[in-house]
Design a protein around this ligand. Structure first.
Ligand SMILES: Cc1ncc(COP(=O)(O)O)c(C=O)c1O
Length: 394
């Protein structure tokens, strides 16, 4: 693998990432390293608040907040009015999911690789409303079996909801093929793009999803405490948000309120303003490299890591799927993933451990409880991968 794949100038990208100087960060699926322009936008906003006051900073730099909507619309190929700023991917996802009308016998179809919090929400609503959740089996390569999904949709199906990229593996689920099934049957489609946003191009029209949620801090390289929700225009007024405040709605008189007509009906009035401005910068920064170029670079780097790990005796690489992404998961015979993480940390190499609630369904079905997750980005270079591989071989 060369350090100059495709059109990404890795030398410049690393020079613009101050954190690269001191650590080997292979935890971009946890929380990436902010590029300097993003960190500067975040800290700069907070300095303004320190000296100018929070409300006055908003008045002065409103255009930077509004840029978040334009940048997200460019990222997703949607309208700016179809975007809501939310504090994380889970809450963004919740605001759409809990707004959907589900009753006794209604069915939600999801995948084996579904994110833990989403599974909890399905079970939560099943308990409250009597709706049901059914898991579509994987196909032979470990992605959602789209033919099985097609056969499982019936008159009771009220939602198709999947994680594009699961938290615990390199799999990329075939989001557009799932969208084609949803469209054919006229079933709403919710896509959790938390791990894919920033490493894979996302075009909501091509994918055919009605709702999409994502976070800022992972592959988009934005600040923590930021995320967003896309809701397709013709759904916005049909969804009654589970929570409303006087930003999402207006109190008309002592008996009535009116809810906004755009996706901001899913937002809070008080929010992480510095993060919102900086997330807009992060999205523009990613678009500056180009999502196709990022995908190509990330996939090349990740595959190089997989190949090197797989060549080590006693190491099993776990990633499934036809298309794989920047998340590399593996296990090593006779060494616990947590112990591996600790050992790497003492050498300045950051990885995380996937498992527990987050990846429960998929891991249970596989008969494992956890795995080491090394997640690369376009700033990752061969020398960093080699350091990790050497430590795993040791
Ligand atoms: C697939 C997936 N969905 C949702 C989330 C939740 O994101 P957040 O922590 O921003 O709520 C995660 C976090 O790891 C994830 O991996």
């Amino acid at each position: 693998m060369s350090n100059h794949t495709g059109s990404i100038d890795v030398v410049r990208a690393r020079a613009e990432t101050r954190g690269c100087e001191s650590i080997v960060h292979l935890n971009h699926a946890g929380s990436s390293l902010m590029p300097a322009p993003v960190a500067d936008a975040l800290i700069g906003w907070q300095r303004e608040e320190e000296f100018r006051g929070g409300y006055e900073t908003v008045d002065r730099y409103r255009d930077r907040l509004e840029n978040f909507y334009d940048a997200t619309a460019r990222l997703l190929n949607c309208g700016r009015d179809e975007v809501a700023f939310v504090e994380n991917a889970t809450r963004a996802w919740d605001m759409a999911f809990y707004a959907l009308d589900l009753g006794p016998g209604d069915r939600i179809l999801t995948t084996e690789s579904e994110y833990g919090s989403n599974m909890i929400a399905y079970l939560h609503r099943a308990k409250r409303t009597g709706c049901e959740v059914a898991i579509v089996p994987n196909d032979a390569v470990g992605q959602i079996d789209v033919n099985a999904l097609d056969r499982m949709v019936d008159g009771r199906t009220k939602l198709i909801s999947i994680s594009h990229v699961p938290t615990g593996g390199g799999l990329v689920n075939p989001a557009a093929a799932v969208g084609a099934v949803a469209r054919r049957h006229g079933v709403p489609y919710l896509l959790d793009a938390c791990q894919s946003a920033g490493q894979i191009p996302l075009d909501v029209r091509e994918i055919g999803c009605d709702f999409l949620s994502a976070t800022g801090r992972k592959y988009l390289r934005g600040p923590r405490g930021t995320g967003f929700l896309f809701v397709r225009a013709d759904w916005i007024e049909r969804l009654d948000p589970p929570l409303l405040d006087q930003h999402a709605a207006e109190l008309v008189n002592e008996r009535e309120y009116s809810v906004r007509g755009d996706a901001r009906r899913f937002e809070n009035w008080e929010c992480h303003f510095a993060g919102k401005a900086a997330l807009g910068v992060a999205i523009d920064y990613a678009l500056g490299w180009g999502l196709e170029a990022i995908r190509e670079r990330v996939q090349t780097v990740a595959q190089s890591l997989r190949d090197k790990l797989a060549a080590i005796d006693g190491v099993e690489v776990l990633d499934d799927g036809v298309e794989k992404c920047g998340i590399v998961t593996f296990r090593k015979k006779d060494e616990d993933p947590q112990e591996i993480k600790r050992r790497l940390k003492t050498h300045g190499i950051h990885v995380s451990v996937a498992g527990d609630s987050g990846a429960r369904v998929g891991y249970d079905r596989r008969g494992i409880s956890s795995a080491v997750r090394a997640s690369v980005h376009y700033i990752t270079v061969e020398q960093e991968i080699d350091r990790l591989v050497e430590m795993i071989r040791a």
